[in-house]
Design a protein around this ligand. Structure first.
Ligand code: NDP
Length: 247
């Protein structure tokens, strides 16, 4: 039997983060100690309900806002020896629609969460992993970290930033026996998918400009295929894939 590993996950109030936290907490073979974090503890109900008996045995819920250095420090300092074996950077926000409809403030906030959120986490956890000469850092990127898609300009750029950050970091990490993994799900929650279509409709791109619409759909299908062939479309399937990545 493998020894128990401490896994910290960000953004566990819903979606993929919640599914990954539950998947790992309930994994009978690995015996993970899951620290499921969220920025707003008043949203803990859904995770608690799903966790059932795992709550306070293999799963612990803590507050952590990836945009707030102090909250990150506080959370990590509360872990015995600050020992984290696996960090899963999952927290993220989307921003969908034509560029001209978005404010610079909204765009900054996407980068603050999706990119600098990851940077803050790694900056806090990586030095400990280097000292111990072991660890694994996982990023919940996106197929949009590999290819752009219409109406996701800023979101796509934020995921490209994460991927570039990792490509550089991995060289240093390797030297210290720290593993870095990127997970690139396609469309997972259909709501997100629907929102893209809705925005396209609203902006009247899809109907009045057949060329743009066709490009949009082709891009979309290409992205979808990546996920359908490699990952799946439910948060649970992404969670299953994540388990495979870390074991
Ligand atoms: P959800 O909106 O369901 O979950 C996002 C999570 O991130 C929530 O728990 C949210 O918390 C949290 N979060 C947002 N900002 C912060 C912050 N500052 N600090 C801590 N937590 C924060 O979306 P998904 O589960 O779909 O997304 C999870 C990850 O997967 C994201 O990185 C996303 O980019 C990526 N992804 C999603 C895809 C999809 O189709 N859904 C496809 C590919 C990648 P709160 O509830 O408080 O807002």
């Amino acid at each position: 039997k493998m020894s128990q590993k401490t896994v910290l996950i960000t953004g566990c109030s819903s979606g993929i983060g919640l599914a990954v936290a539950i998947k790992l907490a309930k994994d009978e073979e690995q015996h993970f100690k899951v620290i499921a974090t969220m920025r707003n503890l008043s949203k803990r109900g859904k995770l608690e309900d799903a966790a059932g008996e795992a709550l306070n045995t293999t799963l612990e819920i803590k507050q952590l806002d990836v945009c707030d250095e102090q909250s990150i420090r506080q959370c990590i300092d509360s872990i015995p020896d600050r020992h984290i074996d696996i960090l899963i950077n999952n927290a993220g926000v989307g921003l969908v629609g034509p560029l001209e409809c978005q404010s610079i403030e909204e765009m900054h906030s996407v980068f603050e969460t999706n990119f600098f959120g990851v940077v803050r986490m790694v900056k806090e956890v990586f030095p400990d992993m280097k000292k111990r000469k072991s660890g694994h850092i996982v990023m919940m990127s996106s197929v949009m970290g590999l290819q752009g898609i219409m109406f996701n300009d800023i979101y796509t750029a934020s995921k490209f930033a994460v991927e570039g950050f990792c490509e550089s970091l991995v060289v240093q990490a390797l030297k210290f026996n720290v593993c870095i993994s990127l997970i690139e799900p396609g469309s997972v929650v259909t709501e997100f998918e629907m929102k893209v279509y809705e925005e396209a409709e609203k902006a009247d791109y899809s109907r009045t400009d057949p060329e743009t619409a066709e490009m949009f759909i082709n891009l979309y299908l290409r992205n979808s295929r990546t996920i359908f062939s490699s990952l799946g479309q439910t948060p649970e399937e992404v969670a299953e894939h994540t388990l495979q990545v870390i074991t």
